[in-house]
Design a protein around this ligand. Structure first.
Ligand SMILES: Nc1ncnc2c1ncn2[C@@H]1O[C@H](COP(=O)(O)OP(=O)(O)OP(=O)(O)O)[C@@H](O)[C@H]1O
Ligand SMILES: [Mg+2]
Length: 395
């Protein structure tokens, strides 16, 4: 059966949840309107349309069926690089090259891809960019929740049509997964392990048989070449173990790690804050600004339970303190500096956000934070302003 062309999504599918951010040229090259009426968060394929077009034009390697780019070009899109004609491809993911290569290669096989990791390790971000580069469309998305119904994965019905004319193709509302199968594209399932087990099981037939039966019509939708699925799951959440072993076998699991070094994390935060800042018309942050390094240092030390020099043990707070949260703290600070300061990011601008990120549990985390401030931050050379600003908001 061939499904009618449609670009609408079902109620169960939502845009990616990784924040109101966009690529380098938000709303400029993407042809999506002037600064005032541009969308807040263009999809990856729109925000980076010029990079994808340049890659497609210069990519002479073999492309799997219906792929917009070769696996090599998809990896270059994610990791960044310079093309023979001088076009610069910005890095989207900062991390081990091998991880991206394995992820991309998996999509060219008959196994689906499961991106696993602690919160804020760019699972959603990578999934969106992979779908954009492979299929030119990152919107075939099912958002997993405890209430995700089977229709969100299979298909639903337009009840007015169904009552008027009975079951027919016109009355059928395909899920994003069904549309991806029909068109040979990449489907995305966010937070797979939050989806109830019986709904997860629906994916087993889809992934192993590559077909989706529609008993009401006596038909089926068979996946065509190019179809694959990227799922994300959070390993801090209740239950990746809830993924049945039958379903897990259908996936190649790629674990996205936390940034290996402080420099890598500072690089990620600086890049993303720069991109998000542009989309919000915030002032640019000069390279290597101290506050970003401080926020990243604080996050890493509290997360690791030890100071960077390895000398002092510190207690860890209850929150995750991920890179994603560091990005939010710095972006929030930048907005404060722009609207209530002189546009220069200072300690006082990041202190309040930092406190909010660290102190999730008002009692226990506050003690951890105070202890860290007094034993580590206070003694550190060149951190006096930062210490004072944190003391002020913590009082
Ligand atoms: N290694 C990295 N390279 C590039 N960006 C990163 C990296 N780690 C985190 N980020 C940034 O962190 C932000 C949040 O990432 P994202 O929402 O994809 O995390 P997630 O792993 O899906 O988290 P959650 O489990 O909470 O859904 C994104 O803006 C992303 O750019
Ligand atoms: Mg996510």
């Amino acid at each position: 059966m061939t499904l009618p062309e449609t670009t609408t999504t079902t109620a169960a599918s939502t845009p990616a949840d990784s924040g109101n951010d966009c690529g380098n040229d938000c709303g400029n090259d993407s042809g999506i309107g002037s600064a005032k009426d541009r969308v807040l968060r263009p999809h990856a394929e729109d925000a980076f349309a010029h990079e994808l077009a340049a890659l497609a034009a210069q990519d002479d390697r073999t492309r799997p069926a219906r792929w917009k780019l070769s696996p090599w070009a998809v990896a270059t899109y994610l990791l960044g690089g310079t093309l023979p004609d001088g076009t610069v491809i910005t890095p989207k993911y900062v991390g081990p090259r091998r991880i991206v290569e394995v992820a991309v290669t998996t999509l060219a096989t008959d196994r689906a891809l499961l991106l696993l990791g602690v919160p804020g390790t760019a699972k959603t971000w990578v999934s969106e960019h992979l779908a954009a580069a492979v299929s030119g469309d990152s919107t075939l998305l099912v958002q997993g929740t405890a209430g995700t119904p089977e229709e969100a994965v299979r298909y639903g019905w337009n009840y007015a049509q169904l009552l008027a004319h009975g079951p027919s193709r016109d009355a059928l509302v395909p899920s994003p997964v069904m549309r991806a199968m029909d068109r040979g594209m990449t489907a995305r399932v966010e937070e797979l392990t939050r989806i109830p087990a019986d709904v997860q099981d629906t994916l087993i037939t889809i992934l192993s048989e590559k077909t989706l039966p529609i008993p009401e019509l006596g038909e089926e939708v068979q996946a065509v070449g190019g179809f694959n699925l990227i799922a994300t799951a959070n390993d801090r959440d209740r239950g990746v173990n809830e993924l049945s072993s039958a379903l897990r076998r259908r996936f190649n699991t790629v674990v996205l790690p936390l940034p290996a070094t402080p420099d890598a994390e500072v690089d990620i935060v600086s890049r993303r804050v720069d991109q998000i800042g542009r989309s919000l018309d915030l002032p640019a942050v000069p390279d290597g600004v101290d506050e970003i390094r401080r926020v990243v240092t604080v996050f890493r030390e509290l997360r690791d339970g030890v100071t960077t020099d390895g000398r002092t043990k510190v207690k860890s707070p209850s929150g995750t303190l991920s890179t994603a949260e560091a990005i939010s703290v710095v972006t929030g600070g930048l907005a404060l500096a722009a609207h209530f300061g002189d546009g220069v990011l200072r300690s006082a601008d990041v202190a309040a956000g930092l406190l909010g990120a660290v102190v999730r549990d008002p009692a226990a985390d506050r003690v951890v934070w105070q202890e860290y401030l007094e034993t580590v931050v206070r003694e550190r050379d060149g951190w006096k302003d930062f210490y004072r600003a944190c003391r002020e908001v913590s009082a």
